[in-house]
Structures are given as C-alpha cells and as structure tokens.
Ligand binder design. Structure first.
Ligand SMILES: Nc1ncnc2c1ncn2[C@@H]1O[C@H](COP(=O)(O)OP(=O)(O)OP(=O)(O)O)[C@@H](O)[C@H]1O
Length: 228
C-alpha cells in the first residue's frame, strides 16, 4: 500500500484502502469527523449516518478528489492501476444527449474490449435490474430512477479493484434494491472490494458488509462514534 505521502507500505496485503482517523475540517466545522475503516479485496464496507454526516465527502477523499485534514489514508497499489483501479458511481453518469441508452452501453463495452472485457456482462445486469426496455430511449426520456439504474449498470460492469458506490439504493424500488445487492455480491465474489455510502440498513446486511456510522458535527459521541 501507499500512504498519503506516496511512501510504499510493507504491510496490508489484500488491503485496498485503510483510513486511520481521517477527517475533513473547514475552520471549526467538521465535514467528516475523524473515522477509521478499511476495505480489503472481496470485502464490503458501508458508510452510514444521517444527512450531512460526511459519507459522500469521505468517498471523495478515497477517490482523491477531496483533501483530508486529519489522519492517514493508505491506498493499495491496485487502485492506481489506471482504468482497472477504481470504478465509482458518485452521481448520475455523464450522458450524451444524442445517444440512446444502448449506444452508451455499447461505447462502454467497446472501451474495455482490448483490456479483458467487462467484469459483468451488460446483458446480465440489465436482466437483473429489468432495464432492457430502456435501450432505445435517449437520456432526457429517462426518469431519475432509470438514470440511476443505468449509472449503476455502468459502474457494476466496469472492471476495477475497488467499486465505490454513493447510495446505490437511491431512487430504486425494493425489488431493484435486492437486485442491486445480488449484482454487488457477484463483484465481491470476483474479489472486488466495495466501499459504499448508504441510507439503507438492509443493503449492508445483504452483503455481509462492515458498517461504519458517521456522525454529524452536532451529534453526541456514542459507543460507535470513534469510527473504528
Ligand atoms: N463543497 C462543500 N463545501 C462546504 N461544505 C460542504 C461541501 N460539500 C459538502 N459540504 C458539507 O459537508 C458535510 C458533509 O456532506 P456530505 O455530502 O459528505 O454528507 P452525506 O453524509 O453524504 O449526506 P447525505 O446523506 O445527505 O448525502 C455537510 O455538512 C455539507 O453541508
């Protein structure tokens, strides 16, 4: 693994991410109170907590898009392996207005043709999420839940050592939430590590994920509040 300063670490075989008291602070305000967790290959970690407790911000720290103020973040060398490092879904995917859903998926699939192909075939993902009916539609003809579903499909198909998902259950009905859990389980079985933010207590249970509950700055400390 490598720490924030880029120094190689000798320990942590199989570990993809190790965060030790990582917090984000602006002035007196904690966006993320110091938290510790780790994600290994084939392991799942769920960040939970109320609105504004810092789940998305912590995912952004892991992605390298947000600087942290305290602690140490170590990332496995696998995560820096170019396109095969991290597959992230942190919001609706960028869509091209003039391409259909099918053309988007074809473009994603083609981009992986020469590097081992997709981790999960789109056909399987579309079957499970019941998205086939959308193939001929354009982005502005999709509901927010359908856009979320297509974004998830793209992230779940993408080969990567770490899958990072921000509220994958968002805007999905109960049946599709269970379907998403099934797809994530496939990725875990392939050895992919999964780090997610979620408001759904069932999803971590379905995945056997470790759970870290983040606290907002205005919440009292409690037994699980040290983030370990
Ligand atoms: N760009 C920003 N600048 C300043 N503060 C921010 C910024 N983005 C988020 N915050 C603040 O950081 C805190 C954590 O926000 P974050 O989006 O990480 O929470 P969250 O747990 O993901 O919330 P939710 O469950 O509502 O998605 C909030 O208090 C939010 O107002």
């Amino acid at each position: 693994m490598r720490d924030d300063g880029g120094a190689a670490m000798n320990d942590g075989a199989g570990l993809l991410v190790r965060a030790s008291v990582v917090g984000v602070q602006i002035g007196e305000r904690w966006l993320v109170r110091p938290a510790s967790f780790q994600v290994g290959a084939g392991g799942a970690m769920a960040l939970t907590g109320p609105n504004g407790s810092g789940k998305t911000t912590l995912l952004r720290v892991v992605l390298g898009r947000q600087v942290h103020s305290t602690g140490t973040l170590q990332r496995g060398a696998e995560l820096d392996g170019g396109a095969h490092g991290v597959a992230a879904m942190t919001g609706p995917p960028p869509f091209y207005a003039r391409l259909t859903v099918e053309e988007h998926l074809e473009a994603v699939e083609a981009s992986w043709e020469n590097t081992g192909g997709l981790a999960l075939p789109f056909q399987d993902i579309l079957d499970v999420l019941d998205l086939h009916r959308l193939m001929d539609q354009f982005p502005d003809e999709l509901s927010s839940g359908e856009r979320q579903g297509i974004g998830l499909a793209m992230a779940l198909a993408r080969p990567a050592a770490l899958l990072l998902l921000d509220e994958p259950e968002q805007r999905l009905d109960t049946r599709r939430r269970e379907a998403v859990a099934e797809l994530i389980r496939h990725r875990l079985e392939q050895g992919t590590g999964v780090l997610m933010a979620t408001h759904d207590s069932h999803l971590p249970a379905l995945l056997g994920a470790d759970v870290l509950r983040l606290r907002r700055q205005d919440e009292q400390d409690g037994p699980e509040g040290d983030g370990s």
